[in-house]
Design a protein around this ligand. Structure first.
Ligand code: C2E
Ligand code: CA
Ligand code: CA
Length: 847
């Protein structure tokens, strides 16, 4: 609208213009050459909803853009962007002959603008609201398009329907039939033309084998019936190819009908599968129930309301619950009440039990617990909370299991024969005592060993032996006090842990009592048996402060007691320990002696009495200990045998001895001592073969000396090894003959090449003594068996005279030579003559 100043400036003509402008049916605005607003009418102002007074003469194009954006005419536009568009419009409308027509949408309205360029004035723009016209046109377009679309869609839908569709008119002639229908029945095209009679189509369908699944009723009749009934009729067909088609016929008012043909093969299959899985589930449930009820444990499941969901038969059995209490829905409280009333009461009392169960439920924690019942049963309960607030628990009566475990535990700690505690339990008890020993309490450990028990076993049999042991156990138990622990350590070894002693004197008194008691004759199966016992005693804390030491010291004392004659007791003494210490040093030293080259061999000649020549040299082992000096083989070989070090040492001796012998004249053999332990490991034969091969020594120049201890446990393998050694060509000598009990019998077991009569026989060798008779017998035996005989330890001319007279073939001893180092052997060989004997002092062993 024009302002006051405008009105005064233009006069009454202007009033006319204003009225004219105001009555125009459209909006009107004039823009000057400077593109600023000059004139406008009310329509214009309203159309764009400019607030009254906002429009001013001289408003720039940009300012109008700002205004129009501010009032919300162009959502999403910035004034800048709009300005660019408006500028362009004005530019484009610069030709006065062709006004620019444009449309713009303002808040859902469509406004048509027409820009006219009027040189000298600027631009005259008319604004016309054409919303309604536009909408009318659009709707018309839309409707037309929709109809076309619908037809198209209908055709497409019909063609692409998943179902077959047919429609018949009042005369039952085909009106519509879709592609799917043709495919379903594989219809020839001439049968699906519009106007084909229904009967013709039915005939065709029958001819291809489409048969109704239920009822023989003629299809046509059915359709008729359906039409009469004016309801949908459903009929199912099975096709020869296995497809199942269901047909829905619906009558139409004109007497015709529509039929929908649906391939339901898949549905049927799905239904069948569903049925099968239902059966499977039922089966599974059955199996689940069987499994649950056949569990060895009781099982129960409660929901978050503490109501029973399920429980099995063993659960009911453990607490003897009646059927009504195992029904789902029973509350935990009901079950507990019943249990407590009917005797299934836990030892810890009902309150404590209930609160402990409740705590599990509220804590929602998994737990495992063994509950002892008042009736003595032990029930193992495992509680597992479930996500829904309930829980599953298993209950198992483990009473029997516990009893078995207790029995097993007892057996593991007791001796089966006497039921006395065994070594394990004794150790445990002793370890408990250590604290008391630390407090200077006096405790003693007795180690006992029965005298002559082995001969009882050997002569009267194990049955009698066992009864003797049981009786001895009983006597030991009686002789000692309740607090003492009498244990059987194995065989005929016992131990007693004596507590709260008033000193060694008390220990002596007890030991004497025991010795006397065991010495009393024992009657078993009509035999009067007399055995005895030897006792070693270690007293804590003087003789040791821990179980290990005390037992060890008592054992050492026992050896001393036995050594001093049986039926005796002996206290531990510090010297005994030194002996053990010494032995331990030997053991450790032996481990490294070989690799440190501390061993060497010396050789002692064996002289043949036939020609007074050295026929053989016996290799004897020497250990030069860095601290202790020379150690005798008598001392270290038993230790090496026990630790197993003898295997490597013996192997070294074999190699070294064979090597040394190669330097000697052909007729001189080398004798090597073998330990029984070397026979226990495989590889002895290989070791001997290798030693010979490495040295290049013929086998017949090697003699192997074994002692009868090897044959004590005469096994097949020992004899086989001996035979294999002999098969190599090596000679085998029986060493130290006569020291054992059954030397003679061993001569029958193996064809030895030589018997070496032990030097102990030579000691008391005078012509009147028994030993002469023995030597005579042995030499005679050797001669008749074709075995050579060597007399060991010949020190005097007298001894030599005796053995020579008895026909001994070889002699060995200090009379001829002590063992010599290798260098001494070289000097000796060839020089030894019967008249020029080598004396000790001449070839003193270099040690
Ligand atoms: P042995 O096989 O009976 O060896 C003979 C022992 O008697 C040697 O003691 C020897 O020095 C000693 N002896 C020799 N002539 C006389 C004599 O006239 N009077 C007396 N009283 N003794 C004499 P050695 O060398 O101390 O060996 C002791 C034992 O050690 C050997 O007894 C043998 O059993 C064993 N031994 C030695 N070397 C080895 C070895 O390399 N391997 C094995 N396994 N045992 C060996
Ligand atoms: Ca020997
Ligand atoms: Ca010997």
């Amino acid at each position: 609208m024009a302002t006051e100043q405008q009105a005064t400036g233009i006069g009454s003509a202007e009033a006319v213009l204003r009225a004219a402008l105001g009555s125009m049916p459209y909006g009107f605005s004039i823009w000057g050459e400077d593109r600023r607003l000059v004139l406008w009418n009310q329509h214009y102002e309203q159309m764009y909803r400019y607030p009254p007074g906002a429009l001013q003469v001289g408003l720039s194009l940009f300012e109008i853009c700002e205004l129009t954006v501010a009032v919300g005419n162009h959502p999403g536009f910035t004034p800048e962007r709009l300005h660019a568009i408006y500028q362009q419009r004005l530019d484009e409308a610069s030709d006065p002959l062709s006004p620019l027509q444009a449309q713009k949408a303002i808040r859902g309205q469509v406004i048509k603008t027409s820009h006219v360029r009027s040189p000298g004035i600027g631009w005259i723009i008319t604004h016309e609201d054409v919303t309604q016209e536009v909408e009318g046109q659009w709707m018309a377009d839309l409707r037309e398009k929709a109809l076309a679309d619908q037809n198209m869609r209908f055709d497409a839908a019909l063609a692409h329907m998943p179902h077959g569709l047919t429609m018949y008119d009042g005369e039952w002639r085909l009106v519509i039939c879709n592609q799917r229908y043709r495919e379903m029945y594989d219809m020839p095209p001439e049968l699906t033309r519009v106007g084909t009679p229904f009967q013709k189509i039915i005939n065709y369908r029958r001819s291809i084998g489409a048969t109704p699944v239920d009822g023989e009723l003629d299809y046509v009749d059915q359709v008729l019936e359906a039409t009469r009934a004016e309801g949908t009729r459903i009929q199912t067909y099975r096709m020869p190819n296995g497809k199942v088609i269901s047909v829905h016929q619906s009558p139409m008012p004109n007497g015709g009908f529509v039929a929908m043909h649906q391939d339901i093969t898949r549905d049927i299959e799905r239904m069948e599968a569903l049925e099968a899985s239902r059966n499977l589930l039922a089966n599974q449930n059955m199996r689940f129930e069987a499994a649950v009820n056949n569990m060895s444990q009781g099982l129960c499941m409660f929901d978050s309301e503490e109501r029973l969901v399920i429980c099995n038969a063993p659960y009911a059995a453990i607490y003897t619950l009646p059927p009504e209490l195992v029904a789902p829905g029973t509350t935990l409280t009901e079950i507990l009440e019943y249990r407590f009333e009917h005797g299934s009461v836990p030892k810890l009392g009902r309150e404590a039990y209930v609160s402990s169960r409740r705590k599990l439920v509220t804590d929602r924690s998994a737990a495992k617990e063994d509950v002892e019942m008042e009736d003595g049963r032990i029930i193992a309960i495992q509680h597992h909370p479930m996500a829904d607030g309930g829980w599953v628990a298993t209950h198992e009566d483990i009473t029997e299991q516990r009893q078995i475990e207790a029995r097993v535990r007892h057996l593991a700690r007791h001796d089966a024969l006497t039921d006395l505690p065994n070594r394990v339990l004794l150790r445990e008890e002793m370890e408990k005592l250590e604290a008391r020993i630390q407090r200077q309490e006096c405790v003693a450990v007795f180690c006992l060993d029965l005298d002559h028990f082995k001969s009882v076993n050997d002569t009267l049999g194990h049955g009698v032996g066992d009864k003797v042991l049981v009786e001895v156990a009983e006597r030991l138990r009686k002789a000692s006090r309740e607090t003492d622990i009498v244990a059987r350590l194995g065989g005929d070894e016992f131990a007693i842990l004596v507590q709260a002693l008033d000193g060694p004197r008390g220990a002596s008194a007890l030991a004497e009592r025991i010795v006397r008691s065991v010495a009393l004759p024992i009657e078993v199966d009509g035999h009067q048996i007399q055995i005895g016992t030897s006792i070693g005693i270690a007293v804590a804390p003087v003789d040791g402060k821990d179980a290990e030491t005390l037992l060890k010291h008592a054992d050492m004392a026992l050896y001393r007691a036995k050594g001093e004659g049986r039926g005796n007791y002996h206290f531990f003494e510090p010297g005994m320990d030194e002996a053990m210490q010494h032995r331990r040093l030997l053991e450790q030293g032996l481990k490294v002696a070989l690799e440190r080259g501390q061993f060497r061999l010396v050789y002692q000649p064996l002289v043949s009495l036939a020609d007074n020549r050295v026929c053989c040299l016996e290799a004897l082992l020497r250990w030069d200990h860095p601290e202790r000096g020379l150690i005798s083989p008598m001392e270290f070989i038993p230790v090496a045998e026990e630790t197993g070090a003898i295997a490597a040492i013996g192997d070294w001796v074999l190699h070294e001895a064979c090597r040394a012998a190669t330097a000697w004249p052909e007729h001189v053999r080398i004798a090597v001592n073998l330990s029984p332990v070397q026979f226990k490991k495989p590889g002895l034969v290989a070791s001997v073969t290798e030693a010979l091969a490495a040295a290049g020594l013929p086998a017949h120049r090697l003699e192997l000396e074994i002692t009868e201890t090897l044959l004590l446990a005469e096994t097949e393998t020992t004899l086989a090894t001996l035979h294999r050694l002999r098969d190599l060509g090596v000679r085998i000598s029986m060493d130290d003959f006569g020291t054992g009990y059954s030397s003679l019998s061993y001569l029958r077991a193996f064809p030895f090449d030589k018997i070496k009569i032990d030097r102990s026989f030579m000691n008391e060798l005078t012509p009147q003594q028994d030993s002469v008779a023995i030597i005579k017998a042995v030499i005679g035996l050797g001669q008749s068996l074709g075995m050579a005989t060597t007399a060991e330890g010949i020190e005097t001319e007298e001894q030599l005279a005796v053995v020579r007279e008895q026909g001994c073939s070889e002699v060995q001893g200090f009379l001829f030579s002590p063992p010599l180092p290798a260098s001494g052997v070289d000097a000796l060989l060839g020089t030894l003559r019967p008249d020029r004997k080598i004396r000790r002092r001449e070839f003193a062993e270099q040690t």
